[in-house]
Ligand binder design. Structure first.
Ligand SMILES: [Ca+2]
Ligand SMILES: [Ca+2]
Length: 190
């Protein structure tokens, strides 16, 4: 009886294996078609070049079954940087606009570091609930991500700076959520 049972399990397992593979392949192809880049061992990443607010970026990623990227290691930080540079986004004129100078003026203090205008993208952390308590979009404390490398001068930790960003020199920073920046969506390895 035991033997029959284990045979049955074996048959089921191999059936699953046969069926899983094509599904993964199909999803893989669909992701590549929709602009994701596959970094084997890490996952799938898509740089959305059209600048958006942090909230908009988060929603857009969710709508495609992804998350606004959470940086978990120096090597993942390297992936984000490579992705950014490969898209030719070394300079972004698009969001050097009036809105930003408005924000800079309103931040009314010379202590705050300047609002970044290039080389910066939204990523998945924030302190929208409790000032200074940084959580990922999955609700974990930022310390659990494994990559907490603040850009010099950051975190600013005030009510204006509540959303997470990534500087392509491989730092994280807190910036105003309304600031329109490119962002990266991330999907775990299939
Ligand atoms: Ca990640
Ligand atoms: Ca804050």
């Amino acid at each position: 009886m035991e033997k029959i049972w284990s045979c049955l399990m074996l048959v089921l397992a191999s059936l699953c294996a046969v069926h899983m593979k094509p599904l993964d392949d199909e999803r893989h192809r669909a992701l590549i078609r929709s602009g994701y880049v596959h970094y084997p061992g890490a996952g799938y990443y898509r740089l959305a070049k059209k600048p958006a607010s942090w909230g908009e970026g988060r929603r857009n990623c969710q709508q495609e079954g992804a998350i606004l990227s959470i940086v978990n290691s120096p090597s993942e930080a390297g992936i984000l940087k490579a992705l950014y540079l490969s898209e030719g986004l070394t300079k972004l004129e698009k969001y050097e606009n009036d809105d930003i100078s408005e924000i800079s003026r309103d931040s009314n203090s010379t202590e705050n570091p300047p609002i970044p205008t290039s080389g910066t993208i939204h990523i998945g952390f924030h302190d929208l609930f409790v000032e200074g308590e940084y959580l990922t979009v999955r609700g974990e404390p930022i310390i659990a991500t494994g990559f907490v490398r603040w850009k010099p001068g950051y975190p600013v930790s005030d009510d204006l700076h509540n959303c997470g960003a990534f500087d392509t020199n491989q730092f994280i920073l807190d910036i105003p959520c309304e600031l329109e920046l490119p962002y990266v969506c991330e999907i775990s390895e299939l």
